[in-house]
Design a protein around this ligand. Sequence first.
Ligand code: MG
Length: 315
Amino acid sequence: VAGAPDRPNEFEIIARYFDRGAGAADVVVGIGDDAAVIDVREPLVVATDTLVAGVHFPDDFAADALGYRALAVNLSDLAAMGARPRWCTLALTVPAADAGWLAEFAGGLFRLADELSVTLIGGDLTRGPLTVTIQILGTVAADRLLTRGGGRPGDDVYVTGTLGDAAAGLPVSRDAEDVLGRRFAYPTPRVAAGLALGGLASAAIDVSDGLVADLGHVCEQSGCAAEIDVERLPLSEALLARFDADAAYAAALAGGDDYELCFAAPPGAAAAVAAAARASATPMTRIGSLVAGTGVRCRLRGRRYLPPATGYRHF
Ligand SMILES: [Mg+2]
């Protein structure tokens, strides 16, 4: 049954906006069958992330940004594993089959997918409250895999990019002209950095819930503690132009949604980390160290610094 031109049915939507024909050579069966089939020759890395309207993004968030961001947050998880992203599936729930909205959503999604050579291999489309679930699949050689658990006391702790921008930008995330708003709407997944750090970093995580919370997960799984020198945190000019130092530090330490990588590496690897930063065109800043003990402690110019309440908690 054909839908009206501006109210396409499920199959028309998939054909018009999401099915782009034969894809990569490693896709044996793509969109249009009961399931996708991919040819995997290396260890497979799988992650999934759901974005719910009103929970993970404002109800009036732009469709282009939603398509981009839904894929970016999944890519970030693969980056944190040192993996190369290759395929994804999309489960999309929309309140209505709005042709203009769907075209914009697909535009944002495929812009990022094409940039990183990721193929959409299947998915599901349903009607209901706006929700986007992407499953990302990638591969990594076993000796280049990054996990949260390999850090050791004495390792240096680094972050990529700048921190705090997305949390500061959330209230203005609809403003495409606002630098901080764009940092929330269009996060940069650090895939190139993750690949460059394979075999080099001792542990890694992506900063989705806030630096202190996420570095805390590294500490737990590595069986050690971390000390952050707050004055070393990489802060953008845009953040510092809008906030005083304390508010900027708070956003950098506790604000979520940055999707930068936080990683550890032995002190002897400092030159190799600098080379990885150049090779991946990604700023990497040393912000502290792993030490014996538990938990994450912060210092500001050598004195104890209490970070604000940390970490987004869903439940
Ligand atoms: Mg993660």
